[in-house]
Design a protein around this ligand. Structure first.
Ligand SMILES: *Cc1c(COP(=O)(O)O)cnc(C)c1O
Length: 303
């Protein structure tokens, strides 16, 4: 499948043009930016003759599922080190982990305390004793090779046409690749999906330009946190455009862009490209939680 730019046909103030790049179309399981981030890592693992990939993630991690999917497709065994021991007996209640499991991923559950310092030598050695040698992919998949992959998101015509490119930020890898490949005339805005001002420092280490900012006003209380206003925004955006957004990343970014347009943040005639980084598989898990609380569910087309 291919990633295409789709125009958002909603009347906007100030003659602003808004497009969304459907990276979510790239692959049904290795979704959106995770495909970009894994591409050169898989090449490297292959070149170094590893046959096992090991990575880290939380209960609803798009990255965990992407690595499991990449394992099947490219012939690697996969191991997911998962945050939270309590999840071990609850895989069947978790659509993300269940799917990764069905794709052959082996899990290793660790406590939140251990997880905080997950890349320390002792734990890595212990994992090697248990599982044999592996190619390690960091949490969220961000490393130099991942950023190289994300430098391929913008096409030549994206670089000449758009005045602004915006994307959701988790670990900062995706937006760093976009910044590196942008032109100096463009303004790049990352919308943080989590609390914390540290992201700008992380990104600064990966990039060589200054045409960017991180907006942290639209995290809705933190990573994975949502409220009724966000859900109702996702549903009305879906009804108007037929474009599904995930509640953890892309939904918060699009909410932020629309709000900033209304606040006249963008100059008249701005041409904005939003990156749809995928993550739609997470809706199912989120709806599971919403249903238990008798709240409005997120609408989307399961296929
Ligand atoms: C992982 C993810 C992100 C965040 O990407 P980073 O490179 O970690 O900043 C954004 N959107 C979606 C849908 C994701 O799954």
């Amino acid at each position: 499948m291919e990633s295409t730019n789709q125009k958002i046909n909603i009347n906007l103030k100030n003659n602003i043009e808004l497009f969304i790049k459907r990276e979510d179309f790239l692959h049904p399981i290795i979704s959106g930016n995770k495909y970009r981030k894994l591409k050169y890592n898989l090449e490297q693992a292959n070149k170094l003759n590893y046959n096992t990939l090991l990575t880290f993630g939380g209960a609803f991690s798009n990255h965990i599922l992407a690595v499991a999917g990449a394992g099947i497709e490219y012939g690697f065994q996969t191991i997911g080190v998962i945050r939270g021991e309590e999840l071990e007996n609850k895989i069947t209640e978790n659509p993300t982990l269940l799917k990764a499991y069905e794709l052959g991923m082996k899990f290793y559950f660790i406590s939140r305390t251990l997880y905080r310092d997950k890349e320390n030598k002792a734990l890595i050695e212990q994992l090697k004793e248990k599982f044999g040698d592996f190619y390690l992919i960091p949490e969220g998949g961000t490393n130099e090779l991942a950023i190289k992959g994300c430098e391929e998101i913008l096409t030549a015509s994206d670089k000449s046409y758009f005045t602004h490119v915006v994307g959701a930020v988790g670990t900062g890898g995706t937006i760093s690749g976009i910044i590196n490949s942008s032109t100096e005339k463009q303004q790049i805005i990352g919308f943080s999906s989590l609390k914390g001002a540290f992201l700008s420092d992380v990104i600064r280490n990966f990039v060589n330009k200054t045409n960017w900012t991180v907006n942290d006003h639209y995290h809705f209380g933190g990573y994975g946190k949502i409220n009724e206003a966000l859900v109702s925004f996702l549903n009305s955006f879906y009804q108007e455009t037929k474009i599904p957004l995930d509640p953890v990343y892309t939904g918060k970014m699009v909410f932020g862009v629309m709000d900033l347009i209304n606040q006249d943040y963008f100059l008249p005639n701005s041409k904005i490209l939003m990156i749809h980084t995928g993550g739609l598989q997470g809706i199912k898990g989120m709806n599971f939680a919403l249903k238990n609380k008798n709240k409005e569910l997120i609408q989307y087309d399961e296929n």
